[in-house]
Design a binder for this molecule. Structure first.
Ligand SMILES: Nc1ncnc2c1ncn2[C@@H]1O[C@H](COP(=O)(O)OP(=O)(O)O)[C@@H](O)[C@H]1O
Ligand SMILES: [Mg+2]
Length: 438
């Protein structure tokens, strides 16, 4: 019996009305030790590896299977598929001859242990947490999103070496960099599976049309046409951005001063609010909110609400053009409002300050804030011959980038003021001077 038939039977037994697509069957039947799937968004890849992992665990007693994701939230998401399959099977009785079989499974939040000694463990991106395992199969979901992926690669290879374990990488592309891209362009080692639009008929034309409306042209080429896009004019390299990415749920750090940046939407009726909080020497992104197609009154309300919740030291808002009257209204309720008119020179200061924060690893970005990370990655510096221009590529958006740049700028200027103030008081304080002399 083919492996794909086993998976299909399992899905049936679990009462799931899913018929595997030809690409899913080809992938499951591929006996290669190293497999890689390059796929568009929504293709069904996470589902496929989860279903295969379940079948492998059932048919190979005492096996250890690891599912690895770029964030804790994503590791719960992939495990959701595993849990659905096993909890449905738990309630099923299989009859064979005169015997009736029932699945024995201990299902946790991110692990499942079967009666046959097999286990499936879903882990977030942390090479250290892999070190104790000896795995028969490792699946890496959304592999192109991983930071620190050379360490991850070493840790995975080490994990599988003793058991001749299989490794599967799955992802939509994210630029010509990192382990996933390297594996995809390597000649031999990896057995390649490309899932193109149309290969997963559960996505209807209507779904695609709806998706197309929400995506910019570059996003579409990357996310749906599976293109590894160049970083020709990249203002900040993806590698550097990933060095600032950590897996955490954005929340206010107790005691740290908060700075908010607001970019009023011009192009797609979208306003973005981002806050950073001082965390030692660094700034941690602690709040991200996008307001799409909301009337001005609702936007002002959301900004006031964020101000109440976050209690920031400064709220820096883009007061260019139609931002001016909005800033004026906000100043009535937010005394610590800092309106900033964005000209080509103020923009240069704002985005360069943001860039320095990233290059010096002074910023901490949550792994799940995909739109923010993507906009930062695509943001460009273009040399026009007589000046430098900073912008998103044609058809793309920079509202997250500008909101973050404003928040970082507010932090920077306020910290500079703090230093000036403390220097002033040091000069002025005779008792402190005499204390220092002792
Ligand atoms: N063969 C199939 N037939 C119908 N629906 C499917 C099939 N394979 C996957 N799906 C469904 O498609 C949706 C997207 O799958 P997912 O695995 O999250 O995609 P991806 O990880 O490629 O973005 C899920 O709801 C999943 O259950
Ligand atoms: Mg997925």
């Amino acid at each position: 019996m083919k492996r794909s038939d086993v998976v299909q039977l399992l899905l049936h037994a679990a009462g799931l009305d899913v018929k595997l697509h030809p690409w899913q069957k080809n992938f499951i039947d591929d006996p290669s030790r190293f497999r890689i799937i390059l796929k568009h968004r929504g293709a069904g890849a996470t589902f496929t590896i989860a279903a295969e992992a379940c079948a492998e665990a059932l048919t190979h007693p005492a096996s250890t299977i690891l599912l690895i994701s770029y964030s804790l939230r994503q590791s719960l998401e992939i495990f959701r598929h595993v849990r659905t399959i096993f909890s449905r099977l738990e309630n099923t009785r299989l009859k064979h001859g005169h015997s009736i079989y029932r699945l024995m499974a201990k299902i946790g939040a991110r692990t499942v242990e079967l009666g046959n000694g097999s286990r499936i463990i879903s882990l977030p991106n942390n090479p250290e947490s892999l070190r104790g395992y000896r795995a028969d199969a490792v699946y890496v979901d959304e592999a192109a999103f991983f930071r620190d992926d050379t360490n991850l690669k070493t840790a995975i290879m080490f994990t599988t070496v003793a058991r001749n374990g299989r490794v599967t990488l799955v992802s939509t592309p994210k630029g010509k960099r990192g382990w996933f891209h390297e594996a995809w362009i390597t000649e031999n080692t990896w057995s390649k599976h490309l899932v193109k639009l149309g290969d997963s008929p559960h996505i209807t034309m209507h779904d695609l049309e709806e998706l197309r409306k929400t995506m910019s042209p570059l996003e579409w080429r990357q996310e749906m046409m599976c293109e590894f896009l160049d970083e020709v004019n990249a203002f900040i390299s993806y590698e550097k951005i990933l060095e600032c990415v950590e897996d955490f749920v954005p929340a206010r750090v107790v005691g740290g001063r908060v700075y908010v940046g607001v970019d009023f939407g011009r192009f797609r009726d979208s306003t973005v609010i981002i806050a950073v909080v001082e965390d030692g020497e660094r700034l941690r992104v602690c709040y991200v909110e996008e307001l799409r197609q909301k009337p001005f009154a609702a936007q002002l309300e959301a900004i006031n609400r964020a101000n109440m919740v976050l209690q920031p030291a400064v709220v820096a808002v883009d007061s260019t053009g139609m931002g001016a009257p909005l800033a004026e209204t906000l100043a009535k309720t937010i005394p610590h409002l800092q309106p900033i008119t964005i000209t080509s020179s103020t923009k240069q200061i704002l985005v360069n300050n943001l860039r320095n924060n990233i290059l010096n690893k002074k910023l901490i970005i949550p792994a799940d804030e995909k739109t923010l990370i993507n906009q930062l990655r695509l943001y460009q510096e273009i040399n026009t011959g007589h000046s430098l221009k900073y912008e998103a590529p044609a058809g793309e958006h920079d509202d997250y980038v500008m909101a973050l740049a404003l928040a970082c700028y507010a932090a920077q200027t306020s910290q500079a003021q703090k230093i000036e103030a403390s220097l002033f008081w040091r000069w002025g304080s005779a008792s402190q001077l005499s204390a220092e002399k002792q």
